[in-house]
Structure formats: structure tokens, C-alpha cells
Design a protein around this ligand. Structure first.
Ligand code: 13P
Ligand code: SF4
Length: 303
């Protein structure tokens, strides 16, 4: 049954001239079928460069919105319209406008994990892979404001001399990882090294051997001579790590690191999206033009 659906998806993808992009957290059968898997920055770059006519974005809404911002003339599909990001919902465009009024002249560096209307109010976007580079690019500003993730802001602040103000948002999956949970895994697997995503709080990053984006982690474990790893990010990533490195061991930092929104997409959803060309993500042109400036500025800085 699953292989029938997968076969039909592959056929329809060809007929529709579609590309299937999947975030590193997506369920295994989605990652296996994807043309490209990656972190937010890599998928934004793929969305910017693809010549496919249809982009099927297996991830959460802000990712498909970013693809739609970059591709106004393409059909961008999000197979599960209810796949959102709680962190993205922690700030509104009105909040960003208020921040700008409070801190005139201070660049607002907004994590791509945000809505299109929030991006439209921002100076520039960033991802977990390029936040330091983006902040450092403001040579004439001693202060920047980062939103919505407080933890990405605190991580970035450790790597720049600039003053980094921030919004108080957070990712519930990373923010609630505890030192006790990491220490318990370290005791259970003393040979393993611990990798953490910058969405984790500072006291967790203090325990980490390496702090990096999801694709940064995938590259790290591949290149490392070490054989076992404790992974401080969403559990979906463990599948591709094990698939690419069958002789290495991977342990989730906590069984609670599950993003319910990322887990929603099924093969049936992808098939339905390709059959019906719905649900389609569209960004109103007036918002898109302003959000595009922030996304393109980020892509230029981190090219
Ligand atoms: P990456 O850009 O590192 O893949 O992170 C995206 C995300 O949603 C992390 O929770
Ligand atoms: Fe949003 Fe966190 Fe899920 Fe990433 S893991 S999509 S930041 S809720």
C-alpha cells in the first residue's frame, strides 16, 4: 500500500514538474521520497533556485511561506495546512512594529521561523545556520534586535561583540529540554558526545560539544571520528543520521523532543496535494514584496 502511494507520488511529481522539499525533521517515509532534505537555510536556497513549477513543501507553514515569498509564479503546496510552528505564533507584525518604534534605527533580525507578515516588518531574516553572520553584517550598528527566539538570540550574543536585544519567544520542543535529561543520557552513554541546536537554552548549550543547525549536525556526525552522539534536537533527524551512518549510534537527548507539527505530514497528504494542487500557500503581494527584501538580504549575506 505504502509503496503504491510512493510510486504514484513519483509519477505525479514528474507529470506536475514538481519538486519535493523536506525538512530534516520530517517522518522517514517523507524524507525517503524527497528530492532534497535540509535545514531551513538550505531549503530556502533550493526554493529560490528551483526551476520546478510546483514546490511541495514537507515541513511547517513558515517554510512553505518562505518558498512562496521567493516564488510568486510557482505553485507552493503545504500538504498539511495545520502544520504550524508555535514559536512563529509568539510574535505578530504589530509587535515588530512596536519594537521598531521603541528602538529606532536598530536592525531587526528575524528568525525564518516567523510568519510572512512578521518578516515583512523586519530588516533581515536569519536561520540557525547563519544568525551570527547576519548579525555581524551590520557594521554600523552596535545593537541589533532578534526575534522571536530568545535562545537563538542568546546563542548569537555569545559570538558577537554587538548588544543583542531579543523577543521572549521560544520553541517548546527545545526550550524545555533540561540539564537533568542531558546529564542522564550522558551517564547512560559516557562514550557519546552531545550536539545541541541553538534553539536550546544557554544552560543546555553549555553542555554541548557542538552547537549547530540541523544540517550542521548531520554534517558533523558524518565527518566525526566519534562513534556515538546524543542529539539535542527534534527526533525526526535521528532517522537520516542513522541511515547515513549505520555503524554509528544516535540517542535523542530527551524522548520529549517531538514536534507534533513536523510529524503530521503523511504520504497520503503528499499524494492528495499533488493530485489536487491544494493546500496552496499564497502570500498577499504587498506583504510578499516587503518580506522578500528581508529574505533576499539574508540569502545575499550568507551566500
Ligand atoms: P534548522 O534551520 O536548523 O533546520 O531548524 C529549523 C527548526 O524549526 C528548528 O526547530
Ligand atoms: Fe517550530 Fe520548534 Fe517545531 Fe521547529 S521544532 S517547527 S521551531 S515548534
Amino acid at each position: 500500500m505504502t509503496s503504491n502511494i510512493a510510486h504514484r507520488i513519483v509519477q505525479l511529481k514528474r507529470d506536475r514538474k514538481a519538486i519535493l522539499l523536506a525538512h530534516n525533521y520530517q517522518p522517514p517515509h517523507i524524507q525517503d521520497l524527497a528530492d532534497i532534505t535540509g535545514d531551513s537555510l538550505e531549503l530556502s536556497r533550493e526554493a529560490a533556485n528551483t526551476d520546478a513549477e510546483v514546490i511541495v513543501f514537507c515541513g511547517v507553514e513558515f517554510m512553505a511561506e518562505t518558498a512562496a515569498i521567493l516564488n510568486p509564479n510557482k505553485t507552493v503546496l503545504l500538504p498539511r495546512l495545520d502544520a504550524g510552528c508555535p514559536m512563529a505564533d509568539m510574535i505578530t507584525a504589530a509587535d515588530v512594529a512596536a519594537v521598531r518604534a521603541q528602538h529606532p534605527g536598530v536592525p531587526i533580525v528575524t528568525y525564518v521561523n516567523s510568519t510572512a507578515t512578521v518578516k515583512a516588518e523586519s530588516t533581515v531574516c536569519c536561520t540557525s545556520a547563519n544568525s551570527i553572520q547576519v548579525v555581524e553584517s551590520f557594521r554600523d550598528s552596535d545593537t541589533v534586535y532578534m526575534a522571536p527566539d530568545q535562545n537563538l538570540a542568546k546563542y548569537t550574543a555569545r559570538h558577537t561583540k554587538k548588544k543583542v536585544l531579543h523577543w521572549e519567544g521560544y520553541c517548546p520542543i527545545h526550550h524545555h529540554l533540561t540539564v537533568e535529561e542531558v546529564r542522564a543520557q550522558q551517564e547512560a552513554h559516557p562514550e557519546a558526545i552531545f550536539l545541541a541546536h541553538p534553539e536550546c537554552p544557554p544552560e543546555i548549550l553549555d553542555l554541548a560539544h557542538e552547537v549547530t543547525s540541523t544540517s550542521g549536525m548531520i554534517r558533523f556526525v558524518k565527518e566525526s571520528s566519534r562513534k556515538s552522539f546524543i542529539i539535542g534536537t527534534e527526533r525526526g533527524i535521528l532517522y537520516s543520521m542513522k541511515k547515513m551512518n549505520p555503524h554509528k549510534e544516535f540517542y535523542g537527548a530527551s524522548p520529549r523532543m517531538v514536534c507534533a507539527d513536523m510529524a503530521k505530514t503523511s504520504l497520503e497528504d503528499v499524494l492528495r496535494a499533488l493530485e489536487t494542487l491544494e493546500p496552496r500557500i499564497q502570500v498577499p503581494e504587498e506583504v510578499r514584496i516587503r518580506a522578500l527584501k528581508a529574505v533576499e538580504m539574508m540569502l545575499r549575506i550568507s551566500s
